[in-house]
Design a protein around this ligand. Structure first.
Ligand SMILES: O=C(O)C(=O)Cc1ccccc1
Length: 309
C-alpha cells in the first residue's frame, strides 16, 4: 500500500521541499493541507500516514502552531527530521514594479526573516499574513483584485510555478537560514536507535515554585544528556502558565534517556513523549564518561544484588 504523506501546502512551500527530500528514498502519495493543524488533524483521523510540518528555524525560532498542535490532542510522534536551507524572493504579477508594492503577503515566519530587507527597500509596505509562502504566491496568480497584497515573499520555485516575476532575489536578512521540519506519525513502532538520535518531549510542571524549572533540567544534566532546543509555550490555561518543549540528544532505548524520562515522569504533572528519531546530520551522540548503557546496567545489577532480586 502506498504511504500517504500530508504536508503544509500548497505546492511550492518549503515544507514540500522538505517532504521531497525525505521521500527521495521513500515513495508515496503527497497530500497538501492548508495549515499545520489541518494536516495533523487528518493524521489523527488516519486519513494520511504521516505529515511533514515545520518546527523550528534558525532565525525566528520555534513554530508555535506545530509545537502547540503536538502538545495537545491525541498523541503523535516525530519519526524523522529534515533541515532545509531557506532563500526568499519577492514576486509579483507581470508588470508590477517594486514602486507599486504597497502590501506584501507571506507566511509569518517568512516575514520575520525578511523584515530588515523590507525596512530598507519597502518601508511603507504593509504585511498581509497568509497560511504559507506558496499560498501567497498562488493568491497573487489566481486572485484578481481583492486578495489584499500586490507581492509575495516565497521560494523561487513558488514564483516560477505561478509564472510570477521576481522583483528581488535572496531577500532574507540572514544568509544561511535553515528551517527544520519534522515528519510526524501516529505512535507505532519506534524508529530504530542509530546512536545519532534525538528525542522530543513536552513537559508540564506540577506547580509553580522556585527551582521548578531547574528540577526538570537536572534530570538531563545528571545523566549527561545534551539538549538541542528548549522553548516555553503557554499552557493556555491562565496567564503565566507555561509548559516546556525540549529536544535532546539520544533515543528512548538509551539507558540514560530512559532514566531521565523516569525522573521527569516523577517530578512533572505530565510528560508527553513526542518521539525518538535519527538526526538528519548523522552526528553521533557524544556519550559522557559514566553515562553509557553499560554504566546504568551495572548500577541496576548492583541494586538487584543488594535486594536479592
Ligand atoms: O510557508 C511555507 O513555505 C512553509 O513551508 C512554512 C515556512 C515559512 C517560512 C520559512 C520556513 C517555512
Amino acid at each position: 500500500m502506498t504511504t500517504r504523506y500530508g504536508y503544509l501546502g500548497p505546492e511550492g512551500t518549503f515544507t514540500q521541499m522538505a517532504l521531497l527530500s525525505w521521500t527521495a528514498s521513500h515513495e508515496g502519495e503527497h497530500v497538501p493541507f492548508g495549515s499545520v493543524d489541518s494536516a495533523l488533524d487528518a493524521l489523527r483521523r488516519s486519513e494520511i500516514d504521516a505529515a511533514m510540518v515545520p518546527i523550528e528555524n534558525s532565525v525566528e525560532g520555534g513554530v508555535s502552531a506545530t509545537l502547540d498542535a503536538l502538545a495537545s490532542g491525541d498523541p503523535l510522534v516525530v519519526i524523522g527530521e529534515v533541515n532545509v536551507p531557506i532563500t526568499f524572493v519577492l514576486a509579483a504579477r507581470h508588470g508590477v514594479q517594486r514602486a507599486d508594492v504597497h502590501a506584501v503577503g507571506t507566511h509569518s515566519h517568512a516575514w520575520a526573516q525578511v523584515r530588515g530587507w523590507m525596512d530598507r527597500h519597502l518601508p511603507h509596505a504593509t504585511y498581509v499574513p497568509t497560511l504559507s509562502t506558496a499560498a501567497a504566491a498562488a493568491g497573487l496568480a489566481h486572485g484578481e483584485a481583492g486578495h489584499g497584497y500586490d507581492a509575495a515573499v516565497c521560494a523561487p520555485v513558488a514564483a516560477a510555478n505561478h509564472g510570477l516575476e521576481v522583483l528581488a532575489e535572496d531577500i532574507g536578512d540572514r544568509a544561511g537560514a535553515v528551517t527544520r521540519f519534522v515528519l510526524v506519525a501516529r505512535p507505532g513502532e519506534l524508529p530504530e536507535r542509530t546512536g545519532a538520535d534525538k528525542t522530543t518531549v513536552m513537559l508540564f510542571q506540577r506547580d509553580d515554585r522556585a527551582g521548578g524549572l531547574l528540577e526538570l533540567l537536572e534530570q538531563f544534566s545528571v545523566r549527561g544528556i545534551n539538549m538541542t532546543r528548549l522553548e516555553s509555550r503557554p499552557t493556555k490555561d491562565f496567564l503565566g502558565s507555561y509548559c516546556f518543549s525540549i529536544d535532546f540528544e539520544g533515543h528512548v532505548l538509551d539507558e540514560r534517556v530512559g532514566e531521565a524520562l523516569m525522573g521527569l515522569k516523577r517530578v512533572c504533572a505530565e510528560v508527553r513523549f513526542l518521539g525518538s528519531y535519527p538526526r538528519e546530520d548523522g552526528a553521533q551522540t557524544d556519550v559522557a564518561p559514566l553515562t553509557g548503557d553499560a554504566d546504568f546496567s551495572a548500577a541496576r545489577d548492583w541494586l538487584r544484588s543488594l535486594r536479592g532480586t
